[in-house]
Write a protein of this length. Structure first.
Lengths: 111, 114
């Protein structure tokens, strides 16, 4: 049973437009949610996180929204840039530090 | 400040052989993690540690062992390599939930078991 799901394997957007990546989870015990970006042959790099007590967190072009009642979070990238093209992973963490990752969404930003 | 370093970068093992994947961090982080990533999949947690001397199982611990004798090092041991353990292995570290949840990842070790 996959506790964190990213239902869209891929997303393609035009440069300058908004990218919206989605993530669903099933475990109500998760306390933190994080987004990571990954380029080929590299380790993931942290983008942005949100605590379960908040519903929005912004950092520059990146905003994460959390809807606890729907067990859904999303990452908005505005405006999208070609350098944003990568695989994006959603992750959820318990208060004990145990992490669960989704399978990732490949974002392609076209110039 | 090197962050998280992993050795080796790539290794080919024969079935039944054993090896240790090394992971070191220089950020004085309390938490350390081992993940594996199979092609087209997400990262699966193998083991994690909340501090020296304390380890716990993740989603896919079978076939692996870990130890955490120091804050800096978190080696992952494969005792009897199997083809199903062919994967890319990532080590990560963080301050931990409530302080800074973000995990900092190493570059990965690509393991091929034949």
């Amino acid at each position: 049973d996959q506790q964190v799901k990213q239902n869209s394997p891929s997303l393609s957007v035009q440069e300058g437009r908004i990218s919206i990546l989605n993530c669903d989870y099933t475990n109500s015990m998760f306390d933190y949610f994080l987004w990571y970006k990954k380029y080929p042959a590299e380790g993931p790099t942290f983008l942005i996180s949100i605590s379960s007590i908040k519903d929005k967190n912004e950092d520059g072009r990146f905003t994460v929204f959390l809807n606890k009642s729907a067990k859904h979070l999303s990452l908005h990238i505005v405006p999208s840039q070609p350098g944003d093209s990568a695989v994006y992973f959603c992750a959820a963490m318990t208060n004990a530090g145990k992490s669960t990752f989704g399978d990732g969404t490949t974002l392609t930003v076209k110039p | 400040n090197a962050g998280v370093t992993q050795t080796p970068k790539f290794r080919i093992l024969k079935i039944g052989q054993s090896m240790t994947l090394q992971c070191t961090q220089d950020m004085n982080h309390n938490y350390m993690y081992w993940y594996r990533q199979d092609p087209g999949m997400g990262l699966k947690l193998i083991y994690y540690s909340v501090g020296a001397g304390i380890t716990d199982k993740g989603e896919v611990p079978n076939g692996y062992n870990v130890s955490r004798s120091t804050t800096e090092d978190f080696p992952l041991r494969l005792e009897l390599a199997a083809p199903s353990q062919t994967s890319v292995y990532f080590c990560a570290s963080s301050w931990g939930p409530g302080q800074e949840e973000a995990q900092y990842f190493g570059p990965g070790t690509r393991l091929l078991v034949l």
